[in-house]
Design a protein around this ligand. Structure first.
Ligand code: HEC
Ligand code: HEC
Ligand code: HEC
Ligand code: HEC
Ligand code: HEC
Ligand code: HEC
Ligand code: HEC
Ligand code: HEC
Ligand code: HEC
Ligand code: HEC
Ligand code: HEC
Length: 495
């Protein structure tokens, strides 16, 4: 032992004797310090020691007795060294008892054991007799520090190592869950969060800020803070807090924008897990934010067709050269709204107008105008076809085939919206023409049905007329015959 440490222990020892002279001295600590054991050495920095809680606060026994037999007597409540789940129960004796914690002058939450037991770490360990993690797994047993203390194993700068102790140990993790990756820390160290954390920034996200501490659940569990629908609010505890983020000079409106975007509405309101959450674009542990290059790849992981068309388009090269992001340039990132035909064309609200005019990049200008015209006529001819089909249907005409074809026309219009991304007026025209053709056929067929309906109505009217005329004539004829008969009878009676 070095001199300063000797001096320190002597001071602490003296301090303890002094404290002892005020109240009851912790004989456990005094005797154990004399033996130079590890627990008593560590205990000097322990939050419990600083709070005046003696060794017996956890181990039981009589702290006023100087004799081993009496001090560490089970009759005095000595429980010795706890094993397995008894460790957590030992801590919970105070930490789950809010009245006791209040008496000890603490207002800490008292849900740690309950949360831990229902967490993914509360499952049984391989031995089957105890839980996977106990309080001491993350906090240690002697020398427990406040979370804010930089030396605490769960402080922002150290917690990564604490989690990595298991999560970067492939052999250990395989015993529990062979499908779980063990590269989180490695990836984390490449992210903006991880690199800043390694340099001592305590405000960036670490394992516990995204996953929680005692209430950690599998990412597939809806209770998890990293379950897709919970992620946006997890990230925005920091990223939506302007005061917290002030020193970083980056926007704090991502959640606000995202929640109104087509993706945010799909994820948060419709519960569509196919829509991206923050991590779908930014990664979980890996590099964040995605560079301009990788963002398009991210969009393409879901919108594959758009990305493929774009890559083969004339814009690919010009956007790359101008260092413009591929999809974001026209759609934005957090505020992406449903795409409409208004984006296309040469009106001021169309994205094309940002770069194309009769003077500037005129070929694209001509293309944008043509594509918009085609889209508009596609839309109106589909609308006309649809209204004729519904008219025929209301009149009770059999129209299922035209209705089926109408779906083809709609599909062609959808394909045309995607085909925009080829930025090739010829290819666009091909798809649009197919849609216009089908819509035209549907219009004709539906019109014929409607016409037929009217034709049948005219026919019916004529038939009714003829039948009525016939009936009336027949009636009149019968009447005439009857009258004649009566006249004959009359003449007969007179004769
Ligand atoms: C007079 C000295 C002395 C006092 C007082 C004393 N201990 Fe000990 N304690 C020892 C010694 C020596 C051992 C090691 C005995 C052994 O290994 O069997 C020990 C062992 C322990 C152990 C480990 C037991 C085990 O099963 O491995 C615990 C826990 C412990 N003491 C806690 C306490 C607590 C709590 C108090 C006060 C209530 C206390 N001691 C008071 C000397 C003392
Ligand atoms: C906050 C609760 C707590 C306090 C206070 C505490 N201990 Fe412990 N102690 C434990 C736990 C829990 C273990 C079991 C070891 C583990 O799980 O790492 C333990 C284990 C021990 C052991 C067994 C050897 C070892 O290192 O595991 C000894 C000896 C011991 N404590 C002595 C003491 C002494 C002496 C004090 C006071 C200076 C003390 N303890 C204060 C919780 C506590
Ligand atoms: C005798 C009651 C008691 C027992 C038993 C006990 N604690 Fe505590 N613990 C406290 C009190 C009281 C505080 C609050 C100290 C303060 O606010 O200054 C505390 C504080 C803590 C803190 C620091 C929280 C913070 O402010 O950041 C941690 C961590 C902790 N205890 C963990 C444990 C663990 C782990 C065990 C079991 C090995 C344990 N405690 C056993 C009473 C206890
Ligand atoms: C998987 C690791 C892990 C385990 C196991 C664990 N803790 Fe914690 N604990 C943490 C982390 C991380 C924090 C810091 C939380 C934060 O930064 O908000 C923490 C914080 C605390 C605090 C400070 C107040 C709070 O609730 O945030 C107390 C007290 C505490 N733990 C007690 C316990 C007790 C008691 C147990 C056992 C029932 C336990 N912990 C088990 C990781 C753990
Ligand atoms: C004692 C070793 C150990 C420690 C320490 C530990 N973990 Fe775990 N953790 C595991 C094991 C084992 C599993 C797998 C359990 C299972 O799948 O049943 C797991 C599961 C998880 C899962 C769920 C993974 C999934 O999606 O299925 C997350 C998240 C997690 N741990 C995060 C953390 C964080 C954050 C920390 C640090 C605060 C931490 N762990 C500390 C052993 C540990
Ligand atoms: C910025 C937030 C964030 C941080 C920091 C973070 N995680 Fe994660 N973690 C996630 C997200 C989001 C997922 C869910 C991935 C998914 O849905 O598949 C995840 C998944 C996991 C899983 C499940 C297996 C896997 O890799 O998908 C484990 C285990 C895990 N994290 C451990 C850790 C550990 C250990 C750390 C600290 C080095 C950490 N995480 C840091 C957000 C984070
Ligand atoms: C504990 C707070 C905290 C949490 C939780 C958090 N972050 Fe961060 N994040 C930060 C801080 C602080 C920075 C550093 C800002 C900087 O350096 O520009 C940062 C940086 C980033 C950056 C890089 C910004 C840039 O351009 O420099 C991205 C992207 C990011 N976080 C995304 C996320 C995502 C996605 C989540 C959720 C899965 C998340 N963060 C969770 C605090 C947090
Ligand atoms: C659809 C993909 C996508 C989603 C979802 C997404 N982002 Fe982004 N984010 C981006 C792109 C693209 C950038 C700009 C990157 C660049 O310019 O290098 C960005 C930039 C950022 C930045 C840097 C500062 C800024 O605003 O430019 C932060 C921080 C950030 N995002 C956080 C989040 C958070 C938090 C969420 C969830 C609420 C989220 N992002 C959701 C794609 C996305
Ligand atoms: C030069 C501007 C521009 C770029 C770059 C661009 N888009 Fe589009 N995008 C549009 C326009 C215009 C529409 C609307 C078409 C319509 O509704 O008539 C659209 C529509 C969409 C649609 C809805 C139609 C469909 O295909 O389902 C998606 C999804 C889409 N874009 C994704 C992307 C992706 C992914 C990228 C990057 C690979 C990208 N866009 C790049 C202009 C652009
Ligand atoms: C995780 C998959 C995923 C990722 C990544 C993703 N999206 Fe989407 N996106 C969707 C889903 C699902 C929808 C449909 C949402 C709805 O309307 O229900 C959608 C809708 C859209 C729409 C509106 C389509 C329409 O018909 O109007 C556009 C535009 C769009 N995304 C562009 C992008 C861009 C640009 C990126 C990259 C910055 C991106 N998306 C990343 C899944 C994703
Ligand atoms: C960020 C600027 C920018 C935006 C936005 C943009 N373009 Fe372009 N586009 C260019 C540049 C630069 C060229 C290459 C110069 C040229 O050929 O006119 C180009 C070329 C084209 C070409 C190829 C012309 C040819 O025959 O070589 C077409 C087609 C085109 N754009 C259509 C569009 C359409 C449609 C939109 C809107 C949906 C659009 N562009 C939006 C910058 C842009």
């Amino acid at each position: 032992m070095s001199k300063p440490v000797h001096l320190l222990s002597a001071l602490v020892f003296a301090g303890l004797l002094f404290a002892g002279s005020l109240g009851a001295a912790d004989q456990c600590l005094i005797c154990h310090t004399g033996q130079g054991d590890k627990p008593s050495a560590l205990f000097r920095h322990d939050v419990h020691f600083l709070k005046g809680i003696p060794c017996s606060g956890c181990h039981g026994g009589n702290p006023n007795a100087a004799e081993v037999e009496q001090a560490m007597n089970p009759k005095e409540g000595f429980i010795g060294v706890p094993k397995g789940d008894n460790v957590s129960r030992m801590c919970a004796a105070c930490h789950s008892d809010s009245a006791r914690m209040r008496r000890l002058g603490s207002s800490l939450p008292t849900d740690q054991l309950e949360s831990l037991q229902s967490s993914v770490h509360g499952r049984l360990s391989i031995s089957g007799s105890e839980r996977l993690a106990r309080c001491t797994t993350c906090h240690g047993a002697h020398g427990i520090r406040r979370v804010k203390d930089p030396l605490s194993p769960v402080s922002p700068l150290n917690v990564v190592r604490t989690c990595a102790h298991c999560h970067s140990n492939a052999a250990f993790m395989r015993m529990y869950n062979p499908s779980l990756a063990v590269d989180q820390v490695e990836k984390y160290r490449t992210s903006v969060h991880g690199t800043r954390n390694a340099k001592g920034d305590v405000k960036v996200a670490e394992c516990a800020s995204c996953h929680g501490s005692h209430d950690i659940h599998s990412a597939k569990d809806v209770k998890s803070r990293v379950y897709p629908t919970n992620i946006p609010s997890t990230c925005s505890t920091c990223h939506g807090n302007a005061a917290y983020m002030v020193e970083y000079h980056i926007p704090t409106d991502q959640f606000e924008k995202f929640s109104k975007s087509v993706h945010g509405v799909a994820l948060l309101q419709k519960g569509d897990l196919g829509a991206p959450a923050c991590n779908s674009c930014h990664g979980n542990h890996g590099a964040a934010p995605p560079g301009i290059e990788s963002v398009s790849k991210v969009c393409g992981s879901c919108h594959a067709l758009n990305a493929d068309l774009f890559s083969a388009s004339p814009h690919k090269k010009v956007f790359d050269e101008a260092d413009l992001p591929e999809c974001e340039t026209c759609h934005g990132n957090h505020e992406i709204v449903a795409a409409t035909d208004k984006l296309l064309g040469v009106t001021p609200e169309a994205v094309c107008s940002q770069c194309h005019s009769p003077e500037e990049n005129p070929r694209g200008y001509a293309a944008a105008r043509l594509m918009r015209q085609l889209t508009d006529s596609l839309q109106s001819s589909e609308k006309r076809a649809a209204s004729l089909v519904s008219e025929a249907e209301q009149k009770g005409m059999e129209i299922s085939e035209a209705k089926f074809k109408l779906r083809d026309a709609r599909q062609a219009r959808m394909q045309a919206r995607t085909m925009v991304h080829a930025f090739d007026p010829k290819k666009f025209e091909e798809v649009a023409d197919r849609g216009l053709g089908v819509a035209g056929v549907v219009q004709v067929e539906a019109q014929q049905s409607v016409d037929e309906y009217y034709f049948r109505r005219v026919g019916l009217l004529a038939a009714t007329l003829i039948i009525t005329t016939l009936a009336v004539s027949l009636y009149l004829l019968i009447r005439r015959i009857e009258r004649k008969q009566r006249a004959l009878n009359h003449v007969g009676r007179r004769t």
